[in-house]
Design a protein around this ligand. Structure first.
Ligand code: FAD
Length: 438
């Protein structure tokens, strides 16, 4: 009777899961998840993500039970726990998805140290195209999105895998109780593969090309938390969207390519999680009161404050709002991108080292943006992407009485609302001064 272990990490699903698919070629399979205290120690176990994770694990367990198995949960170092379980069950193989962060690289090295050639790493699990599968001549990763996207579109894809119908667990394997956790955001989405698949079924990509930037329309997929935890496979989504066809689905698949792009940058440069990818010798302005006004959604720019309040309430923020709130912090206030990235990670349910840190660096001009000095003017962004003020009205209720686009310039008309912390005519001034532009 052969045994293998499927060690789940950021692939908390039964559909299109190469790790599970390979592990179940043994007579019996142990579906294992290890709650690693190092995630907490690194400050990455934000309550919103822990609550979402608890949902994901409960759903995975339910779905495994429907197939005759269950989730085995352990606490500790994943490599030690996997090795211990392999010894307990006589497992000949441990399967795991390849990750891209420094944390994932360390975990994999440790697994290899303890398991040797019993470890099987599956590199086409978390992204559509594995990190490092396409590279420019003589380099280990793409630093610019457009050529990456072209190569990405031509790269071979693996076939989408079905979910197993039946799974057999070896006898006498014990599990610790599954975790429970409460998030800090009252409007947090429910986690898990079942919720993810329902959500995907209901979402219509046809309007996406037209609506993805319209803040009030909320026309994006909101699949990012499910992709972060792997409740949905990016490969399956790309496959389904391509089959669906049309401009909306095509634009959606392009976003999945952005996700892969950042993953391949981080895989090659894991230190970019903390350090400038391309230093521009920034000497960031320091002002904790300004940083705190930004965090609290009290900058005096309604469109910025709306985004920051959506983040706090939902643990999620619209992409256009992420761009303009981030630009405001790093270009208009000229505060260090790490301050913003840290705050986003403390709340975002999709908070992801690759996507968060590298989008922050892109916005700060220290990353892969080919126009590092661009400044998004929040007033122009508001007029363009929230023309009648509906998004601001939803998130900044003290301004709701102001009609139409007047809500974007409320100064003098709303006693409970702060004055702008930086004057509208100086929105890019600190950056220009610091980087000696113009
Ligand atoms: P859709 O528009 O429906 O896109 C589909 C999927 O494509 C998303 O779920 C996401 O997985 C991927 N995607 C879309 N845009 C990007 C992008 N710019 N970069 C990488 N992948 C993308 N995304 C995260 O998943 N986690 C983060 O921590 C994160 N932090 C960000 C921080 C900043 C400052 C910025 C500007 C963007 C950040 N993003 C992050 C990217 C993007 O904002 C979100 O992925 C997107 O808003 C999620 O909403 P959605 O699922 O409706 O996206």
């Amino acid at each position: 009777m052969t045994v293998s272990i499927a060690l789940f990490t950021q692939d908390l699903r039964l559909h299109d899961n190469p790790v599970l698919h390979a592990a179940r070629t043994a007579d019996t399979t142990v579906p294992l998840f290890v709650l690693d205290p190092a995630v907490d120690k690194a400050g990455f176990a934000a309550p919103n993500r822990m609550a979402f994770l608890a949902d994901c694990l409960a759903d995975l367990d339910r779905e495994l039970r429907r197939r005759g198995s269950r989730l085995i949960l352990r606490h500790g170092d994943p490599a030690e726990q996997a090795a211990r379980l392999a010894a307990e069950t006589g497992a000949a193989e441990v399967h795991v998805a390849a990750g891209v962060s420094a944390f994932a690289h360390r975990r994999e090295a440790r697994l290899r140290e303890l398991l040797g050639d019993r470890l099987r790493v599956h590199d086409a699990s978390l992204t559509v195209v594995p990190a490092g599968a396409v590279t420019p001549a003589g380099k280990d990763h793409y630093a610019v999105f457009t050529p990456y996207h072209r190569a990405w579109q031509q790269a071979p894809r693996r076939a989408v895998l079905g979910a197993p119908r039946v799974l057999r667990l070896p006898d006498d394997v014990t599990s610790e109780p599954l975790p429970t956790a409460d998030g800090t955001s009252p409007g947090l989405a429910a986690g898990g593969e079942s919720a993810a698949r329902e959500h995907w079924k209901r979402w219509d990509p046809d309007a996406y090309a037209e609506l993805h930037d319209a803040l009030a329309a909320d026309g994006t997929s909101r699949l990012s938390p499910y992709l972060h935890f792997g409740c949905l496979s990016a490969n399956e989504l790309a496959d389904r969207a391509t089959a669906h066809g049309g401009a909306g689905a095509e634009a959606f698949v392009r976003q999945l390519a952005w996700r892969d792009f950042h993953h391949q940058v981080l895989a090659a440069r894991p230190e970019a999680a903390h350090r400038d990818y391309r230093s521009r010798e920034d000497r960031w302005h320091q002002d904790e009161a300004e940083a705190e006004a930004w965090r609290q959604g009290r900058t005096g720019y309604p469109i910025v404050d709306a985004g920051m309040r959506q983040l706090r309430h939902e643990g999620w923020m619209h992409n256009r709002a992420r761009l303009l709130t981030a630009s405001f912090l790093v270009k208009s206030l000229y505060l260090d991108w790490r301050i913003g990235a840290r705050h986003f990670l403390s709340l975002l349910v999709d908070g992801d080292v690759a996507n968060n840190q590298l989008n922050w660096q892109w916005t700060a001009g220290t990353g892969t943006d080919t126009r590092p000095n661009r400044v998004l003017n929040p007033l122009r962004q508001a007029d363009r992407y929230d023309p009648d003020g509906a998004y601001v009205r939803r998130w900044v209720p003290e301004l709701a009485h102001l009609p139409g686009a007047a809500i974007h310039r409320p100064w003098g008309h709303a006693p409970d609302y702060p004055d702008p912390i930086v004057a509208p005519e100086s929105l890019g001034a600190r950056l220009r001064h610091a980087r000696a532009l113009d």
